[in-house]
Every structure is written in structure tokens, then in C-alpha cells.
Ligand binder design. Structure first.
Ligand code: F0G
Length: 454
């Protein structure tokens, strides 16, 4: 019996098609919008295919102690809520998901909040949240008989895609912007055997070109315009709800780039709510870098109903995106949950990243926008002291070691960005910098350094 219970619904005009009928660029032929996966059996509240909440919660917990590869995956453990494959046996997994939820004690204290947590998606097999989406969409590619998969990327999607393609025995093509990409990520794509093209354009240009390429060659597109990516990426919502014993936090704060992740997490919580697994929704807020903030501008100008692309600039290269594909879906998640959308400066990102690092966690700069954004939300009174907040840390600190080293050496930011050496920002940065020092190889020299630094 097929385990496949899904269809695709256009996010714009509502047209419904079977999964296999999607165009290579995953755009609706009627209106050009993106599709969302839906499960018709769940729509009728008492429909025979509607999952039973209590039985599911029990089953998902039981699977954690199973020895089956599929059960070990923090994505496929929840497979009843993503029946997108004809056979789950076809799933390509690297045991993604099941990532830790850490209490951020120092940041919580500094912000006057009791309950502040970080869901660390950088603890996935290739070091970013992309693995949860890739296991889902690449499994679909393999089941549908594709030999080639491709993505445009700021680095993490390509690392994840290349790894999963290698596991599945598929060939992969990566288009990345020339320069302005972290070496850790590029090296992963190379190591996992992808054909990597550095194009003389930005991320948005790479995605536009790839969209044309997949219309001419039998290559399966694995960017987050592919709705199956979002099915995998919604599962951290299930893990978070499970971790809070099927209550949800008051706030979920997510970085925004191409806006697939915030859309997916919004979908995940919405489905849990519709299926009766949780009683309410968290407010989902999206934080962007000031130089790559098209959604923030859109919320300020027209409450997220129209979006003007921008030319994007930020050292948080993962989110250096000016024309986000999934902005309508992300806007819906923010609007439906009563969340917020705002941007943060380069200095605010750098400081927040160092603060997360000082708690022993570490993340890449794009992830740190969440803490920087929370500080602003707290200052505006949008987050109250008795509320529970979860920050989604999207990538591992080792992805972009150059950024971290430049920060601690004091060479990351310009005077314009810090406000000069006498500014409050510079003082904050000085308090966080831990540059390595060169000392003589003697006991005295090391002890003197200790005394000096302590
Ligand atoms: N954080 C990290 C570490 C990322 O790599 C990305 C996106 C985001 C946040 C933003 O997520 O695009 O779903 O809003 N990276 C993509 C890539 C674009 O190609 O790796 P989003």
C-alpha cells in the first residue's frame, strides 16, 4: 500500500495538483506562486486518515529507543505527519534532527526573562537545519527516479544537498555566489562530491539561473521553493512541542533569508494545532540583517502584503538574500501567529554571536540575529519577562570560523559600524573579545598572561 497521502496546493490561487505534476521550478502554471504540501485526509476533522493525537505522541517517543535508522531520524520519527513518499523505506537519512534544546541562562538573566532556550539546528549531520529539509526532498527526488539534483545556495543548502545526494548515489550540482560564502560550507560541498559552480552573481542571481536550467534538463531542484523541503523543516516544531510536553513556547524567533525555514516552522505548529496535538500557537518572529531586510521593509510599509527586493549586503552570508522566494508563506506565519519582523545591525549580530558563544554553544552569524532580535523585542515590550522564548540557531559555529576569528582579533567591524572606539558598542565588543596571545613557552609567561587576563 502506498504511504503517500499528499497533494500540492498553490499558495496563491489555491489550485490543487498531484505531487508528480509539479513543474520543474515548483511554480504554479496558473499564477506563478509556490505550492504547499497538504494532506486531504486530515481536512475532514473526523476523516479516517486523521491521526490520533495521543497515539502519535506515544509512538513518536517510543521510536527514540528503536534501532531502526528511520526511527532514529528526528524527521522520519514523525513520518505520520509527512506522508510524502510512496514507501518510507526509500527515505535517505543521515539521522538528522533530534537536536538539543539548550537553556540560555546568562542571556536570559541579562534580558530579564526566566525561560530562554536555543533549539540548536547546527547540531545536525552537516551542521545546519538544512538537513531536516534535505532528507525529505532528496528522498522524493530518488523515489521519482532523478539522477541529478541541484540547488542555488549561500552554502548550507549545498553542503546538505551534496551529503544526502552522495548517500543516495545521486549526482549533485551546486550554484553559489562567487566570494561572500563561508569556506567551511564550500569545502563540504566539494568533499561530498558535488559539481560546484561559483557564479559571478549573488544568491538571487544563482537561483534565477538555476530555475531556467531545471526547465531544460532533467535535474531535480532542491531549493526551498521545493515544497517537500518545508515538510522536513517543519519537524523541529514537533520536537520543540514535544520537549515542552506538548505545550508550546510563547515566542519562536527565527532568522530570515530565503524565508523557507520560518514558513516551515509556521506550517509545523499550525498542523499540530489543527490536529489537536497542541492547544495554541507560538508567536513566530523573523529577524533579518539590516542590509538584507526585504521582509522587514515589507512589514513596515504594508504589513507584509507586498515585497520589494533589495540588493543584499551582510557579513552573515547565509542570509545575504534580497529577493526571498518564500516571503508570502513567512508573512502568513508571522501574521497568523501575531509575531514580529525586524532587522538588526552588523554590530548587533556580532555581539549576539559572541554572547551565545560565551554560553558554550556557538553558532554562525546568521543564527545570532535571533538573540539580537530578541533584545530589541524585549526593549519594545513585545516579549514579557514571564514568557517562554525559543531561538532557532540554524548553523554551527565552525561553518564560518573566519567571522569568529575576525571578531576576536577586532578586525570584523568598521568604525562606522561600531560608532568608533569610544562608543557603547565598542565597549560591549571589548568585553566579549578573547583574542589569542603569543607568549614565550615558559611557565612564568603563561601564568603572567593568566593574571593579566583574569
Ligand atoms: N541560517 C542559516 C545558517 C542559513 O544557512 C540560512 C539559509 C538561513 C538562516 C535562512 O533560512 O533561507 O530558510 O530563511 N541558507 C540558505 C542556503 C539560503 O543556501 O544555505 P531561510
Amino acid at each position: 500500500m502506498s504511504e503517500n497521502l499528499h497533494q500540492l496546493r498553490c499558495f496563491g490561487c489555491g489550485a490543487k495538483i498531484a505531487g508528480a505534476q509539479a513543474q520543474p521550478d515548483f511554480r504554479c502554471i496558473e499564477c506563478g506562486e509556490l505550492f504547499e504540501v497538504e494532506y486531504p485526509g486530515w481536512v475532514e476533522r473526523r476523516g479516517p486518515e486523521r491521526p490520533n493525537p495521543a497515539a502519535l505522541k506515544w509512538l513518536w517517543r517510543e521510536r527514540k529507543s528503536s534501532s531502526e535508522a528511520l526511527d532514529h531520524s528526528g524527521v522520519w520519527r514523525f513520518r505520520e505527519l509527512l506522508p510524502i513518499l510512496d514507501s518510507f523505506g526509500d527515505a535517505v537519512t543521515l539521522r538528522e534532527g533530534n537536536t538539543p534544546l539548550y537553556h540560555l541562562r546568562r542571556a536570559a538573566k541579562a534580558l530579564g526573562i526566566d525561560q530562554l532556550y536555543a533549539k540548536h539546528q547546527g547540531m545536525n549531520p552537516t551542521g545546519s537545519f538544512k538537513d531536516t529539509g534535505m532528507t525529505a526532498a532528496l528522498s522524493v527526488a530518488r523515489e521519482r527516479g532523478f539522477e541529478w539534483v541541484a540547488c542555488a545556495s549561500t552554502g548550507n543548502t549545498s553542503a546538505a544537498m551534496a551529503a544526502y545526494a552522495a548517500r543516495a548515489g545521486l549526482r549533485s550540482l551546486v550554484l553559489i555566489p562567487d566570494g561572500k560564502i563561508a569556506w567551511g560550507k564550500l569545502s563540504q560541498a566539494m568533499d561530498y562530491g558535488a559539481i560546484t559552480c561559483q557564479l559571478k552573481t549573488d544568491f538571487d542571481g544563482c537561483l534565477t539561473l538555476l530555475t531556467q536550467i531545471v526547465k531544460q534538463a532533467p535535474i531535480y531542484l532542491l531549493n526551498s521553493v521545493n515544497p517537500y523541503r518545508l515538510e522536513g523543516q517543519k519537524t523541529p516544531a514537533f520536537e520543540i512541542a514535544e520537549a515542552f510536553d506538548w505545550n508550546v513556547p510563547d515566542h519562536l524567533i527565527v532568522p530570515g533569508g530565503n524565508l523557507g525555514n520560518s514558513s516551515a516552522l509556521g506550517k509545523g505548529f499550525k498542523e499540530l494545532h489543527e490536529l489537536g496535538l497542541v492547544a495554541r500557537l507560538p508567536r513566530i518572529s523573523v529577524i533579518q540583517a539590516e542590509g538584507a531586510n526585504p521582509l522587514t521593509r515589507s512589514f513596515a510599509a504594508n504589513k507584509g502584503t507586498a515585497l520589494e527586493p533589495v540588493e543584499a549586503h551582510t557579513r552573515a552570508t547565509a542570509i545575504r538574500i534580497g529577493n526571498p522566494a518564500s516571503w508570502r508563506k513567512a508573512a502568513r506565519a508571522i501574521q497568523e501567529t501575531g509575531g514580529f519582523c525586524l532587522d538588526v545591525t552588523e554590530a548587533e549580530i556580532a555581539i549576539a554571536k559572541a554572547e551565545i558563544g560565551a554560553e558554550g554553544l556557538g553558532c554562525e552569524p546568521a543564527s545570532a540575529v535571533t538573540l539580537a532580535g530578541l533584545k530589541k523585542l524585549r526593549a519594545q515590550g513585545a516579549v514579557r519577562s514571564n514568557e517562554t522564548v525559543v531561538l532557532v540557531l540554524t548553523g554551527h559555529t565552525l561553518k564560518d570560523a573566519d567571522y569568529t576569528i575576525d571578531f576576536h582579533r577586532g578586525t570584523l567591524l568598521t568604525e562606522e559600524e561600531t560608532g568608533g572606539p569610544q562608543s557603547k558598542v565598542s565597549a560591549e565588543i571589548e568585553g566579549l573579545r578573547r583574542n589569542a596571545v603569543v607568549v614565550d613557552a615558559t611557565i612564568e609567561a603563561v601564568l603572567a598572561t593568566l593574571k593579566d587576563r583574569a
